[in-house]
Design a protein around this ligand. Structure first.
Ligand code: SAM
Length: 271
């Protein structure tokens, strides 16, 4: 990080833990499979991953919110013809529109980023819901990666696992220890790739999932009845069709089970 100005104060709220282990960026680029691709990088920081990506990709669009880093990145990468840098808050920016403008409307775009911890889940949700990216490879907290990849009946499984697994196929690549970063974070990181699946919008499914996990101490039959405002005998009947009893808990049902439950309850609840 020799390119940072002397006395640079790392922002905790912007999740500024920069990669200092030089072996990690090339492993992330390999996991993202970026050769010859258009790539969106969120939070390039002082350029550790950007430096690795640029020689490999067709074009790279980087979005950084910290003005101090914009000048650092511009002075290092300004001469690169396949590079564009935008100062923006990735949570507020219209990422699809920015990609359409820079890469072209019909051009596939992959995301490759070391995400700031504070916005991991909201930014991932935004990237998934944008339906603009052909793959999303990100370094995030190990705990969040575990939730995203968790299967039914495991401690990390919940509503976010189902959201991620309905829209994408998640793949866990490798862990990165805290000492690969400066400043050293308190948590271990994990690199994952989310490959989008072609699935229809399914608001009913997510109403059911939200109700199922909203009150974890309740049985599933009670949680669904309360959350969806339908009689308990309907939810008990639906669970019975799936082969579960009234005392089952939400954590037991797989995504396939929730999809079947959605079909069965379709007549009883609004979409
Ligand atoms: N890519 C660099 C690396 O691996 O060393 C830096 C990663 S650091 C974990 C996260 C970066 O995201 C920081 O540079 C931070 O300023 C930037 N950032 C934080 N919030 C952001 C936001 N809402 N939009 C865009 N960039 C953001």
């Amino acid at each position: 990080m020799e390119n940072l100005p002397k006395g640079f104060r790392y922002s905790k709220s912007l999740g500024q833990n920069f990669l200092i282990d030089t072996s990690v960026p090339c492993k992330i680029a390999a996991a993202a499979d970026v050769s010859g691709c258009n790539v969106l990088e969120i939070g390039p920081g002082s350029g550790a991953l950007t430096r690795e990506l640029l020689p490999l990709v067709k074009k790279l669009l980087a979005i950084e919110t910290d003005a101090r880093l914009i000048s650092v990145l511009q002075s290092e990468f300004a001469a690169e013809t396949n590079f564009s840098l935008i100062k923006a808050d990735a949570m507020r920016a219209d990422l699809s529109a920015l990609c359409d403008e820079y890469f072209g409307t019909d051009e596939p775009v992959k995301v490759c980023a070391n995400l700031p911890y504070a916005i991991t889940t909201p930014i991932l949700t935004k990237l998934i819901e944008a339906k603009r990216f052909s793959s999303i490879t990100v370094m995030i907290q190990r705990e969040v990666a575990a939730r995203i990849c968790a299967k039914a009946n495991t401690p990390d499984y919940g509503a976010y696992s189902l959201f991620a697994q309905y829209h994408t196929s998640p793949e866990r690549h490798f862990d990165v220890a805290p000492d690969a970063f400066y400043p050293v974070p308190k948590v271990t990181s994990t690199v994952i790739t989310l490959s989008p699946r072609e699935v229809p919008e399914n608001p009913r499914l997510f109403r059911i999932i939200k109700s199922a996990f909203a009150q974890r101490r309740k049985t599933l039959a009670n949680a669904l009845s309360a959350g969806l405002q339908i009689p308990k005998d309907v939810t008990v009947g639906a669970l019975k069709v799936l082969g579960y009893n009234a005392n089952t808990r939400g954590e037991v049902l797989s995504l396939a089970d929730f999809l079947r439950l959605g079909e069965y309850l379709a007549v009883s609840i609004n979409p």
